[in-house]
Design a protein around this ligand. Structure first.
Ligand SMILES: *Cc1c(COP(=O)(O)O)cnc(C)c1O
Length: 387
C-alpha cells in the first residue's frame, strides 16, 4: 500500500487531509513525493518558525539528540533551565512550566488559575471566563474552555466552571465577572482558529483593569500568536498588558513539540511540588530547538516580520473577491466571498500552501521567508483569489 492507503487504513479519520504527501523541505520550500515544489505559507500551522531544516536549529537539535535526548523531570537538564531563563528574561515573566502542546499548556494555566483562587478564597471562585469563537485546545477541559458550540457535542459531560462572553463586549464581560465569582479570564488576543480576528486593544486593556479590580487572573493564550508571529515576541507586548499567565506552544521550538506556561510575580508560586507534571515536558531536544529559535527572534527579525506583513496586506487589499485582510504580523486572515477551502485547494494545485481558519483563508508563513518566495506565492494567491 502507498502512504495515502496506509494512512486511510490505519489512522483514525479525524483529519481531512489535502491530497498531497510531503517528503521534504528546505526553508519555505516543500516537495511532495512526485518531486513537485511548493512555497509554504503555512509553516506547519505556525510551527516552523524559521522554516524547514534551518541550519542552526538543526545543528542544535541534532547535537542535543546525540548527547541526551531525554531523562525526565526527576533531574536537572541544561537546555530546559537555559530556555526558562531566556523566556523570563525576554518577557519579564518570573517562572515557567514546560509541557508538550498548546492544549497541555492551557490545561496547566487552568489548573494554576483554579489553584490561585482556591489558595486565596477557598472553593468559591472556580469559573474561567472565555470568549465566543475562541479556541484553546482538544482535551476535555480545553474543549470546555473553547467558546464554540460545535466543540461542545459528543464528548460530555464537560468539566463545569466555564462561562463564555462575546469578544469586544466590555459590558458583557463585566456582567459575567459580577454574576459569578471567577478565577480567571482566558483569551487569545488574535482569535486564530476562529478566523484570525484581533481583539480591540482598548477592550483588552479594560478587561485587564476589570480583572485587577476583582483579583481575577488574566490568562493570555499565545499558543498561535507567540514567538515572533505578530511582529513582537509575544502579542501581549503589543497590547501593552501584563498578563498573570501566558501560554504558548506552536512555534516555540521551531518544529518540535513544546508548550510552556509562563507565570508572573502574582502566580509564580501557585503550583508546588507534586501539583503538576509532564513526562516529556521540557525535553532537552525540544528545549535546544527552542533556544535556537528564540535567540534568533531579535529586533531585526521582528521588523522584517512587520515589513513582510505590510507587504502582504498591501498586495492583497483591493484584489477581487477579497473583502478584508485581518490579523497582525505574519498571522493573516483573508476574508473572501469565495469558499476558503476552494482557494486552499487551487493554491495547492498551483504550488502554494495556504490554510483556512473558519471561513477565511489563513497565512502563517515562516518568519524568515525570503522576500522573493513571498512575492511569488502572494502573486499566485492573488490570481487564485481574483479568478
Ligand atoms: C493550536 C492552538 C491550541 C492547541 O494547541 P495544540 O498544540 O494543538 O494542543 C490552543 N490555543 C490556541 C490559540 C491555538 O492556536
Amino acid at each position: 500500500m502507498n502512504t495515502k492507503q496506509l494512512d486511510s487504513e490505519y489512522i483514525v479519520h479525524t483529519y481531512g487531509r489535502a491530497d498531497v504527501v510531503f517528503t521534504k523541505g528546505k526553508g519555505s520550500e516543500l516537495y511532495d513525493e512526485t518531486g513537485k515544489r511548493y512555497i509554504d505559507l503555512g509553516a506547519g500551522i505556525a510551527v516552523n518558525t524559521l522554516g524547514i531544516g534551518d541550519t542552526e536549529w538543526l545543528a542544535a537539535v541534532t547535537k542535543q539528540a546525540g548527547t541526551l535526548a531525554h531523562i525526565s523531570n526527576l533531574y536537572y537538564t541544561q537546555p530546559c533551565a537555559q530556555l526558562a531563563e531566556m523566556l523570563c528574561t525576554r518577557t519579564g515573566m518570573k517562572k515557567v512550566f514546560f509541557g508538550n502542546s498548546g492544549a497541555e499548556a492551557n490545561e496547566g494555566a487552568i489548573k494554576a488559575a483554579r489553584k490561585y483562587a482556591h489558595d486565596k478564597y477557598g472553593d468559591t471562585r472556580s469559573t474561567i471566563v472565555t470568549l465566543h469563537n475562541s479556541f484553546h485546545g482538544r482535551t476535555i477541559a480545553t474543549l470546555a474552555a473553547t467558546g464554540q458550540d460545535t466543540f461542545h457535542t459528543h464528548f460530555g459531560p464537560f468539566p463545569k466552571g466555564f462561562a463564555y462572553v462575546p469578544a469586544n463586549d466590555l459590558p458583557a464581560m463585566v456582567a459575567q465577572l459580577d454574576a459569578v465569582p471567577c478565577a480567571a479570564v482566558m483569551m487569545e488576543l488574535i482569535q486564530g482558529e476562529g478566523g484570525v480576528i484581533a481583539l480591540d486593544p482598548a477592550y483588552v486593556r479594560a478587561v485587564e483593569a476589570e480583572c485587577r479590580k476583582r483579583d481575577v487572573l488574566l490568562v493570555i493564550d499565545e499558543v498561535q500568536t507567540g514567538n515572533g508571529r505578530t511582529g513582537e515576541l509575544y502579542a501581549y507586548q503589543i497590547y501593552g498588558i501584563h498578563p498573570d499567565i501566558v501560554t504558548t506552544a506552536k512555534g516555540l521550538a521551531g518544529g518540535l513539540p513544546l508548550g510552556v506556561v509562563m507565570f508572573n510575580d502574582r502566580t509564580e508560586n501557585v503550583l508546588g511540588r507534586g501539583q503538576h507534571g509532564s513526562t516529556f515536558g521540557g525535553n532537552p531536544v525540544c528545549c535546544a530547538g527552542a533556544l535556537s529559535v528564540l535567540s534568533r527572534i531579535d529586533e531585526n527579525l521582528l521588523s522584517d516580520v512587520r515589513e513582510k506583513a505590510a507587504y502582504i496586506k498591501t498586495a492583497l487589499e483591493g484584489t477581487p473577491h477579497v473583502q478584508a485582510v485581518t490579523g497582525l504580523g505574519l498571522m493573516i486572515g483573508i476574508e473572501t466571498d469565495k469558499k476558503a477551502a476552494d482557494v486552499v485547494g487551487e493554491c495547492l494545485k498551483r504550488g502554494v500552501v495556504v490554510l483556512t481558519a473558519h471561513d477565511r483563508v489563513r497565512l502563517l508563513p515562516a518568519l524568515n521567508i525570503p522576500m522573493n518566495l513571498l512575492k511569488e506565492a502572494v502573486g499566485i494567491l492573488k490570481e487564485v483569489l481574483a479568478s
